[in-house]
Unconditional design. Sequence first.
Length: 676
Amino acid sequence: MRAGERQAADAPERTVAVAAMARRRPPAPQPRGRTAAAAVRRTGKSRVLDMKTPIISAVIFLAAAAAAAGAAPNVFESPTTPAPANEIDRIVLAKLASLNIRPALCSDAVFVRRAYLDVIGTLPTAKEAGDFLRDPDTQGKRRALIDRLLERDEFADYWAMKWGDVLRIKAEFPVNLWPNAAQAYHRWVRESIAANKPYDRFVRELLTSSGSNFRVGPVNFYRAVQNKTPEGIAGAVALAFMGSRVDSWPKDRLAGMAVFFSQIGYKPTREWKEENVFWDPLRLSAPAVATATPPATPPPPASATPSATPPPPASATPSATPPPAASGTKAAAPPAPGGTKAAAPAAAGGTKAAAPPAAAEAKAPTPPPIVSGPLTAVFPDGTKILLPPDRDPREVFADWLITPKNPWLARSIVNRVWGWLLGRGIIHEPDDIRDDNPPSNPALLAYLEREFAAGGYDLKRLYRLILNSGTYQLSSMPRHKTPQAESNFAAYPLRRLDAEVLIDAINKVTGTSDLYTSPIPEPFTYIPRDLPAIAIADGSITSPFLALFGRSARATGMENERENKPIPAQSLHMLNSSHIQMKLEQSPRLRAIFDSKRAPAEIVEELYLTILSRFPTPEEVENAEEYNSAAAPSPAAGTSARSAKYAKPAATTKRREDWIDITWSLINSTEFLYRH
């Protein structure tokens, strides 16, 4: 375990502000700038460290904080003994009891911050946190808060960001998604989440969509995949919607599934970089598969799908450009066995879209001729099926995937959502479901699968079920530090905030915003202004902060692309960068708090509610007042009225700088930087 992780695990909920505020600064005037060295020097910890030694200063500073944290009162656990709130708790608590593990519930202060960050990806305001903590309804206020958060606009922003990682929503120059397409893709995902579209319908619409990639958002699933061969697309489908990595599959299993995606056509339009994605029945990637034997088991009927909207007929697909007619086409050479060359024409068509429209359309690839006889595909469960020649094979696969009797879809999504909310999947990692990677609690996974399918694939219902459980509301202070305790969810796991969530939290505290850049040349890309990072549609739009703090590259669709483990460079950025320093010193929101006529204790309370979403302890108030007490010293005896007049603004500035020191300490605490 790294030093930063060990400190977070030992005292995750204590703020490093205790050490910063517990010591008076030396009387000598100090240079401006809240680097680690300056802060340590001002607290009196060291008079010899200067601004050239940030690493040494930070170590001393954080070591003093860790020493002070042990004596502080615990305000992060509820005295209430965990009792089963629903079937999730009955299953989890029974498993923990068998392991002789006794968990504890989190306090209201921890819960309000956790719920805001996990449900909408943002901190509560000081008023929102204060109102929740003052609410005397101890029985129902957590449930009511969850219901309110699920209806907030930020809910769709945050979960569209999470799905953007899975679905690879990112413009790339000069191939794959263009900014117009990335925007359309993200818009469709966000609108689906905001409308709480049933998950089976969401998946079916995405897999069976046809049309312009600028106008029909879900078709960009097929454009965002780097490997556009049928095998590559099948692998992307398995990863996103079955939670399975095909590199562990037998080759024949992948080849059988790839047939369902062997008739996807791509055709450029007259608009630069626009393409139509459509079902091309003339395209055949693997003629060898067409001679396979008919299936022993008939496919599930389309009428068995639980989708609220019936599957559209193939003729109803919103393709802006009809597929090329068979008449007059030039016969092409038979494709190579196994379908390795199937997507080459499509990829070539995509990369040459920058040519003049007439030339681009003239060079559109000619599909191979129809091969006599139906194709045989194989579902991932081993069932073979003869593909009807008058139906898009993608529809056949989608109908199989969303059938309630099929465990793949429900198992994958409930395990993924559980991992998003509780830090690890019941099958871990959430996108690595395979026979030799069993669930830590099979009964829990089976229950969630059944509930999700029985509830009509309602994602908000699933979130509500998990969030209201006592299991989700357990303390993050583990009483048993064992692998068994971790895998069986004996405590809420500590996790550093996602890059987007962290910068949004800093900006919300300070009332500032960030500037973003993109490798896509303007005017083709859209750079947002004053937009929260969680709401950015296009993964190519970034900033140095997002890159440093492990934002997903959105290249593979895998969960482990996002890196939330702390590294020294991140700590140095928070402690010692001009980026954070400028936000603190130029913050209009903090200035309004610091320059108010309120008593120091009231300012401390406002800062703690704003940054940590809780009330300060009496010890923390006392330390802050002591640290700030010498900000405006009384004029010395014999000082003239003129000198006192000019000394007053300097004292006010000094007082503001002291409050900035305290704020700097709070945002560098593990309590602020981590979910807990």
